[in-house]
Every structure is written in structure tokens, then in C-alpha cells.
Design a protein around this ligand. Structure first.
Ligand code: ADP
Ligand code: 5GP
Length: 395
């Protein structure tokens, strides 16, 4: 492994940054990673045994410090971390200690998602995304006019495959219906609170629907994927458009009623809305149907005429025609890393030397392939692969 193609990344145990005067800014442990004229300092906390993952940026040209808006779920505290930049748009973070489901993370600093967020917010933004092995199943978005049967179809799927699918619990400012439970059907909230949380970057998407605010939080998706399940989102067409434009890489399905008359019958039979709200939802349904069928947002359109037929078609689309084939997805496999390790980058390979912070004394090596990363914030970064050691035998 030549010196010119590989370099040892900043390790947490090194007290780094003295040359930039960084050491006075953080007590405890941290790593620095320099991309262009920005140095990202990740880590911190007052106690070296438990690191709280924080991010600050040092502008080398001006000598200024900036605390960016940090989107995505902050990683859990850990005992240390290593960092290495990949393609100048994201930093790979490897946490120390036995945290297999949470040990490989990406801090996005200049991906498409982060650049868009910087434009909208006019300030420095970074975003966390958890790394997962292989191709975890894509989230499923179900859209369609109110009363078409989205909730019914989703319930059928979740009842038949409880360990396979998990529902993304949205936030809404509308009042709960009789049987709805907070935290189960929705997170019921208030406009001012939700406005602030949207500003703080906690939402993947949000939209005003039938006079109320609805939105999918990053956390709602993470709760499902962390449980090793495939995420189902029940959101309107505006939300679907935002998801389509994001890096979530979801499968988007639009559900149509057999007719507008039947849609009205279903909405009335459900007896959950006032007459005024039924009329509002029917008016909006016309627009949603037009957009849903013609906008190019959706990958599939299903007609919910006979419920059982529609459910079978939905299962077919999701590749689960028979119950026997459905098993839980191990969507967030991680690596069990020993506390002591060091990290090297060579082309698109990350070599993790285990057992010691000194690479030449490593007792085991893990080779991570990062050449086919997919997705990213605000979802997961998929496509990580652990390679056999053939080309990287211990020296
Ligand atoms: P959405 O979630 O799209 O607003 P729901 O799932 O609440 O719609 O369904 C609206 C009503 O229509 C419910 O009372 C449900 O039982 C009923 N329903 C759903 N699908 C069908 C169908 N294929 N045929 C007849 N009624 C249906
Ligand atoms: P309801 O009030 O009937 O539960 O939902 C009304 C509409 O809001 C439905 O079209 C539903 O798909 C949509 N909706 C529910 N949650 C979300 C969300 O998080 N984001 C968006 N954009 N729409 C949502």
C-alpha cells in the first residue's frame, strides 16, 4: 500500500488540530477532516470516555468558526470515532466500540441534499446518514385521494407482515379522529411547534393538505428502518413529489378510486369528517387525481375497486406475493468493530485495522467497499460492502 495512495485518517485518540489552534475550541476528543478550505471538527464533549458527536466548521481562509445546522438524527454518544473524507461530499465516520447497528455513519457536507438545504436556509448545513450494508429495501410511498383506501391497504399489509413493514408516523396539526391514538396514527401537534421543527430541519417533507399541515419527520423514518423494517409512508401528492426529489429512493404508488362517485360513498360511509370537510376533500380529490395520474411522480398506479384484488396487486408490486416468502429484512446490519482500530483509505476501499491503533500490528482487517453508495440523507446510505481480504492481506 503506497504512501501516495493511502493515508491514515485522523484518529480520535490523536489530540488534533494544534496547528490551527483548534484545541482550545473543544475539550475532550474529536477528529478533524479537511475538505477544500474547510476543516470539519467532529466530536467533542467534556468526557473522553463518552463522546458526544458534535460538528463545527473551521474556515481556514478567514480563521472563523461556524456551527452548522445539523440535519438527520445525531449519532448516539460513543467512546471514539475515526473520520475520512469520501469524494469531497461526505465524511465516513467509524465509531469505536461494539455498536454494530450504529457504527458506520456518513456526515454529508456537500451532497445534492445538503447543497439544496444550504440554498434554502442560506447558511452552513451538514446532514447525518447511517450506512447500511447492501441494498436495504426501498421505502414505499402510498398516495391517493382521501377515502380511496390507502389506510385500509396499509393496515392489511402491516397485519399480514408485521415484522416486514413499519408505518412512518406523520406529524399533523389536524385534530385526532375518535379512535386515533397519538404516536400511533399520527403525532398530533400544533402549527407553531411544527413550523419551528420544519425550520430546524427535522422533516423530510411537509405539505398543507385539506387546510392542515402534515409532514414526515426524519425520525419517523429512522424508527422504522432501525427496527429492520421496510418503511411505508401514507402521504399526499405534494409530499410524494418532495420524496421523489429527495435521496430516499422510494417506490411511489398512487391509488385511484373506481369512480369519483364511489370515492364520495367511501368517504361518507367512513363517518369521520363533517359535511364541510367531506366536500373539501372531494374538491381536492379532483386535483390530486389529475396530478397523480399525469405528473410522472409515481412509479405505479393501482385501482382500488375490489379491495382484495387491489391488495394482491400491491403485494405483487412489492414482490411479496405469498406470505411464505416474506421475512424480516435485516436492513441495518452493521459491523462489530473492536474499540481499538485505525482506518486507511485506498481508492474506493476503506481498510479498518483491528486490535490496535497501530496499523502494522493489526490482528484483523476489515475491508469496506464504498464504490457503490446509494441514497443518503435524509434516509440511509446503502450499498456498503465488506470485501474478502484477498487483495489486502496482512503485510
Ligand atoms: P384513506 O386512508 O385513503 O383516506 P380509508 O382506508 O380510510 O381511506 O378507506 C376509506 C373507507 O373506504 C373505509 O371505510 C374503508 O373501509 C373503505 N374502503 C377501502 N377500500 C375499499 C374498497 N375497495 N371497497 C369498498 N370500500 C373500501
Ligand atoms: P387524513 O387527515 O385523512 O389522515 O390525511 C389527509 C391526507 O394527508 C392524506 O392524503 C394523507 O396521505 C396525507 N398525509 C398524511 N400524512 C402526511 C405527511 O406526513 N405528509 C404529507 N405530505 N401528507 C400526509
Amino acid at each position: 500500500m503506497g504512501e501516495d495512495t493511502a493515508f491514515i485518517v485522523n484518529d480520535l485518540q490523536n489530540q488534533i488540530g494544534f496547528e490551527n489552534g483548534l484545541s482550545s475550541k473543544f475539550k475532550g476528543c474529536k477528529t478533524t477532516t479537511t475538505i477544500g478550505d474547510k476543516t470539519y471538527v467532529i466530536g467533542g464533549g467534556n468526557d473522553e470516555s463518552t463522546l458526544f458527536v458534535e460538528v463545527r466548521i473551521f474556515y481556514q481562509a478567514t480563521g472563523n468558526w461556524v456551527t452548522p445546522i445539523v440535519l438527520g438524527s445525531k449519532p448516539n454518544a460513543c467512546k471514539g470515532l475515526s473520520a475520512i473524507s469520501l469524494n469531497d461530499d461526505r465524511i465516513l465516520i467509524i465509531k469505536k466500540g461494539p455498536t454494530p447497528n450504529d457504527c458506520i455513519l456518513f456526515l454529508e457536507v456537500d451532497t445534492w441534499f445538503v447543497r439544496e438545504q444550504k440554498k434554502t436556509r442560506g447558511t452552513e448545513v451538514v446532514a447525518w446518514s447511517k450506512g447500511v450494508m447492501g441494498d436495504a429495501e426501498k421505502p414505499v410511498v402510498i398516495s391517493g385521494p382521501s377515502g380511496v383506501g390507502k389506510g385500509t391497504l396499509i393496515s392489511m399489509l402491516m397485519n399480514e407482515f408485521p415484522s416486514m413493514f413499519g408505518f412512518s408516523v406523520s406529524h399533523t396539526t389536524r385534530a385526532p379522529r375518535g379512535v386515533e391514538k397519538d404516536g400511533v396514527d399520527y403525532h398530533f401537534t400544533e402549527q407553531t411547534i411544527m413550523d419551528k421543527e420544519i425550520k430546524d430541519g427535522k422533516f423530510v417533507e411537509h405539505a398543507s393538505v385539506h387546510g392542515n399541515l402534515y409532514g414526515t419527520s426524519i425520525e419517523a423514518i429512522e424508527v422504522v428502518t432501525d427496527a429492520g423494517k421496510r418503511c411505508i409512508l401514507d402521504i399526499d401528492v405534494q409530499g410524494a413529489r418532495s420524496v421523489r426529489a429527495s435521496s430516499l429512493e422510494a417506490i411511489l404508488i398512487f391509488i385511484c378510486p373506481p369512480s369519483m362517485k364511489e370515492l364520495e360513498t367511501r368517504l361518507r360511509r367512513r363517518r369521520t369528517e363533517t359535511e364541510e370537510h367531506i366536500l373539501q376533500r372531494l374538491r381536492n380529490a379532483e386535483v390530486e387525481m389529475e396530478q397523480g395520474k399525469s405528473s410522472g411522480i409515481f412509479d405505479h398506479i393501482l385501482y382500488n375497486d375490489n379491495l382484495d384484488d387491489c391488495y394482491e396487486s400491491l403485494k405483487k408490486l412489492l414482490g411479496i406475493e405469498g406470505a411464505a416468502t416474506a421475512t424480516q429484512i435485516s436492513a441495518h446490519q452493521g459491523i462489530d468493530l473492536p474499540a481499538d482500530h485505525s482506518v486507511l483509505k485506498m481508492d474506493n476501499k476503506i481498510i479498518i485495522n483491528c486490535g490496535t491503533p497501530e496499523p502494522e500490528k493489526a490482528t484483523e482487517r476489515i475491508v469496506l467497499d464504498v464504490s457503490s453508495l446509494k441514497g443518503g440523507a435524509p434516509g440511509r446510505t446503502r450499498g456498503l460492502d465488506v470485501l474478502p481480504l484477498t487483495h489486502f492481506e496482512m503485510a
